[in-house]
Design a protein around this ligand. Structure first.
Ligand SMILES: NC(=O)c1ccc[n+]([C@@H]2O[C@H](COP(=O)([O-])OP(=O)(O)OC[C@H]3O[C@@H](n4cnc5c(N)ncnc54)[C@H](OP(=O)(O)O)[C@@H]3O)[C@@H](O)[C@H]2O)c1
Length: 274
């Protein structure tokens, strides 16, 4: 996976209706035969499909609405993908959402939605699609994790835990698939311009995350994600400044990061208790 003319074949991207997923669709479009775009907002996917076909008339684009937090819907989606596009060469697990709440105040239905979308759907789609890749000895999985999945942040326990899963899962899957011709890359973004913060209820960005100065566009994130995937990298940190932070982070002892997170959470609780 090293040339610039890479043809990735059939590429399935979850969460393509917005943000990083939408930009990944635009990036992959130049180097794929078929894109399968998934999200709940079908109108957005249809508009993206039109845009893609205007730019790349030879491209096949299938748009499929599915709520990935529902295991049965995900199952039905997989059946449709197989029917409409055949075997998937590249699976991009991008769909995801966060929260902004102290865990004891979180609503279970919301927590469950986060865990089902960010963890179970990732595992379910990977489990369904990877065996064919291994059989055909080609393809790849591109997982969009988060810098939050490599450290401890306050006020977002379900999200942070879910992205720790993505980090561990991606590493272990990469090990399992070594020598099969199927590559696995995890992208761990810092702050990226998208609908994420709004959906997560943290318009100013996640508490404890790097400040706005580190924010990059979703287009830059997607570009760097695809470049890292094509180089076969295990992990990609998009954005130069954020990359630097993530290289330095492991030098900070865990006890210090724990203390910092606990202090921030305690302050927040104090404010909320009024
Ligand atoms: N933005 C950041 O600062 C940042 C930082 C680190 C990591 N990330 C990760 O990047 C990924 C993409 O996020 P983004 O920043 O692009 O946010 P975004 O603009 O909110 O996009 C999230 C995408 O996920 C889809 N999605 C959410 N829940 C879904 C569900 N139940 N079923 C199907 N699709 C669902 C949304 O589509 P519908 O609403 O149409 O279903 C949307 O297309 C996420 O995994 C996120 O954790 C983002």
């Amino acid at each position: 996976m090293t040339t610039n003319n890479k043809n990735h074949g059939v590429v399935l991207i979850t969460g393509a209706s917005s943000g990083i997923g939408r930009e990944l669709a635009l990036e992959f479009a130049a180097r794929a035969e078929t894109l399968v775009l998934v999200a709940r907002r079908l109108d957005r996917l249809e508009r993206l499909r039109e845009e893609l076909l205007r730019r790349y008339p030879g491209l096949e684009v299938a748009v499929l609405a599915a709520d990935l937090s529902d295991e049965h819907e995900a199952e039905r989606l997989l059946a449709k993908v197989s029917e409409q596009a055949g075997a998937v060469d590249v699976l991009v697990n991008n769909a995801g959402l966060g929260d902004s709440v102290l865990f004891d105040r979180a609503e279970w239905t919301r927590t469950r939605q986060i865990l089902r979308t960010n963890i179970l759907a990732v595992a379910q789609l990977t489990s369904a699609l990877v065996p064919r890749m291994v059989e055909r000895r080609r393809g790849g999985v591109l997982n969009i994790g988060s810098g939050a999945g490599l450290t401890v942040l306050p006020n977002a326990a379900a999200y942070v835990g879910s992205k720790h899963f993505v980090a561990g899962f991606s590493e272990a899957l990469r090990a399992d698939l070594s020598g099969t011709g199927v590559t696995v890359t995890e992208v761990c973004p810092g702050p990226v311009e998208s609908e994420f913060d709004q959906v997560s209820g943290s318009p100013g960005g996640m508490i404890g995350a790097p400040p706005q100065f580190f924010r990059i566009s979703a287009a830059q994130c997607a570009r760097e994600a695809l470049a890292g995937f094509e180089r076969g990298e295990a992990r990609v940190f998009p954005g130069r400044a954020f990359r630097f932070v993530m290289r330095v982070l492991p030098l900070l002892p865990l006890w210090l990061r724990r203390k910092q997170a606990a202090h921030t959470a305690a302050r927040l609780r104090g404010t909320l208790n009024g």
